[in-house]
Design a protein around this ligand. Structure first.
Ligand SMILES: *Cc1c(COP(=O)(O)O)cnc(C)c1O
Length: 259
């Protein structure tokens, strides 16, 4: 949010925070700019799909709305967009309360402490960041209690960033087998988030490796794992080239996240 010298906002109060930097014209200008950015992103994703011989419908866009206000989500929901991605439990649940629209599909893609597993099943369409058996057990317990089945993706960490979430490629098959035995969880595929600063060519290699890991898992377990959640604002064309079925795009749609 831009503030003037007097400490007052330059834009009317109803303007959501996280206004793209080019916009200072008020709520309607914000709405139009957000829609323009969203439609441009849809076009670019569809073009990337077609360039690689894939159908635009085969690549689903998740609008990553962390730190963005509920009002911004509402604008895209009015355009017919359904999939939104969040990283923080309290923030996400708060937005769900603010936007009680049953058609919206909320995706959780942040790190999750085990004691917060209870907030996910029944509230989120998909959990993208499963990387640990204890967390899986926590999600499974709550899914059974709520009589739901939670779609999950296993997040793979290729070792470039120790502190980041994700299971190693070596540990992936064992975790996948365990998750497949949990009736409250439906393993739908894999997810990865290469380091922000990595070269695009290296990111593309990681995306190809993720697809290879998925193919191996399918052979090993004799089941289909159709989803590859990979690609963000900076690298979605490379991810789509390597078979992404889900791209998770924040900045390109909403503008820079408010600090
Ligand atoms: C924030 C985030 C994104 C979106 O990143 P952008 O660069 O803003 O598109 C995608 N995936 C995950 C896991 C994230 O945390």
């Amino acid at each position: 949010m831009v503030h003037s010298k007097h400490g007052k906002s330059d834009v009317p109060e109803q303007v959501p925070e996280g206004v793209p930097e080019s916009v200072h014209g008020g709520a309607e200008a914000y709405r139009q700019e957000l829609i323009r950015r969203y439609l441009r992103t849809c076009d670019d994703v569809a073009n990337a799909a077609e360039m690689h011989g894939r159908k635009p419908d085969d690549v689903r866009i998740i609008a990553v709305s962390k730190f963005q206000p509920a009002a911004a989500i509402a604008i895209l929901a009015d355009q017919g967009h359904r999939d939104f991605g969040e990283n923080y439990v309290q923030e996400a649940l708060h937005k769900q309360t603010e936007l009680p629209r049953p058609e919206l599909l909320w995706h959780f893609m942040g790190r999750l402490q085990r004691n917060k597993a209870k907030y996910i099943p029944g509230k989120f369409a998909m959990f993208h960041a499963l990387d640990d058996q204890m967390l899986a057990s926590g999600l499974q317990k709550r899914s059974e209690k709520n009589a739901v089945v939670l779609d999950v993706l296993l997040q793979v960490n290729f070792g470039q960033e120790e502190q980041k979430g994700g299971v190693s490629p070596e540990e992936l098959p064992v975790l996948a087998e365990k998750v497949c035995l949990m009736r409250g969880l439906a393993l739908r595929g894999l997810m990865s988030l290469p380091p922000f600063a990595m070269q695009l060519a290296d990111k593309q290699r990681i995306f190809a490796e993720l697809r290879g890991l998925r193919d191996n898992l399918e052979r090993r377990l004799g089941r289909r794992f159709p989803e590859l959640s990979m690609g963000t604002t900076d690298d979605f064309p490379q991810a789509i080239a390597e078979g992404a079925t889900i791209v998770r795009i924040g900045t390109r749609i909403f503008g820079r996240r408010p600090a």
